[in-house]
Ligand binder design. Sequence first.
Ligand code: GLC
Length: 615
Amino acid sequence: MKPFRYVAVLGLAAVGAYFASQQMISAAPPAKPLSSFDPQAKALLAQMTLDEKIGQMTQPDQESIKDLSDIERYFVGSILSGGSSDPKEGNSLQAWTDLYDRLQQHTTLTRLKIPILYGIDAVHGHNNILGAVIFPHNIGLGCTRNPALVEKVERVTAEEVRATGIQWAFAPCVTVPQDIRWGRTYEGFSEDPAVVKELAGPAVRGFQGTDLASPLSVLACAKHYIGDGGTSFGSTRRGQGLDQGDTRVDEATLRRIHLQGYISAVREGAASIMPSYSSWNGVKVSGDKHLLTEILKQELGFQGFLISDYNAIDQINPNYKTAIGISINAGMDMAMVPARYKEYIADLKQLVEEGVVPMARIDDAVVRILRVKFAMGMLDTKRSQLADRTLQKSFGSPEHRAVARQAVRESLVLLKNQNKVLPLKKTAARIHVGGKSADDLGNQCGGWTIDWQGKSGEVTPGGTTVLAAIKKAVSGKTEVTFSKDGTGAAGATLGVVVIGEKPYAEGNGDRADLKVAQEDVDAVANMKSAGIPVVVILFSGRPMILGTVLDQADAVVAAWLPGTEGAGITDVLFGDFKPKGKLSYAWPRSMEQVAKHPGDKDYAPLFPLGYGLTF
Ligand code: GLC
């Protein structure tokens, strides 16, 4: 082989090796397994009283703690902010950070000074905090099919979470929704377990990094184990909808569809997992020992701890104390008991004293929790556990927003582009913008934004609506006009109509009918009546039944719930970037199709899983 070519091959080999090593490093499991912290965890456990142990297994909501001395009185090991549980001083970066510090300082008044883990639903950015960057919800990230981008999104989210001191995110949601009538469809990456498996690990790595002790690492929480997205319509306690219902499949199917994200998350070292409210064949998952202990902890080797969902233990049995015993003995390690924390503590102590819950189970739960706290450097007395406020300079920064803007771009799925109406020209004489969501940041962000359910309107500062983004993108000579109902478009070069769902979360989003709203149909029709090309952008937490909208539109873009960075949409509308999103949920032709999947007879989606046009 000629020397030059030989050297060239060597060079290529070196480059290849470098990238492989990078890939290996980023794909390698975390530096130290959690069990390597057992010596310290067990030494600390040996010093603990039963009250101190049970305190570590208790997680109240900050808004329920009326007397902060309850933290030291009950040796509380963790506190959460559930949806809408803001500091009473108001919702600002400083108020949140002061709240965290104030609560953390109370743990220094206890004998053992074990710091609290503060948990929050940072499910698409640090979405409780005004001014935070709000990312696309998981349904959009699933359409990117870009693991490295998903990791970057969660890395930035982790940094904004840490800017408030908080060190635990109840994310990623690795649900695999099988019926898009479910109000939590948008929290899932995909209906396809392979897509969820591919993205779950990188998402965990984004939050946790490869070293949980890093001051930028945030404890991840894969949720909701298992089968939360597989429930049957009408199987809920109220007898309608899907949320918190019953998943009626055999174990092989449960594993094939709903376990894949956990396999990936556990391999990546996810250090907490949240069992689901839902049931499997009539048994509450949060009380099922086969699922929580035998499969997750023994078979998959999960070494972290299980945190129950919000009051989920209450649903296991009408008798609260009995429910607690069932859940803890099944393998639950920490209870999210927002308000009933005193009752939970008293009941669990009695259960141990009565021998219903063995001390060995308590010790196992506490060692699991302490392993994580040691791994996160929380027991390192040389290290402050208060917030690092220097991180606040990057909170909501242009650099963070640029990552979200890229995620928006790559999440968009082009469903139709008749006569190549897209990309639009920035020099068009006049663009008429219409639709209820064209200038509505709240609709653009969806649920879990500032408030639990989200809300329409000016939901948070620092964002960019589609209307604002269009105005910014076009030339100085282009006129941009707007009407919510799409009227007044006559004479415009083209029309852009932004429609879709209003914000919701969890069961409040369960729908029996997914047709787009009449006001949206009317806005598109009004725009079309001007005889101009019409581009429709759909904000939704799932595919919807488009009806005449699809026929009347020249182009249709599924934008999901993109978050604050609306310029990511105009980046594609005007052709600065090509659309590359691929459907992570099949798009049903009709309501009869929504619960059908590949392999079902007469399965005939309008647009199949993986569909997406480009320029
Ligand atoms: C909610 C959700 C769960 C969330 C928890 C805390 O009800 O089911 O996803 O992490 O409570 O807000």
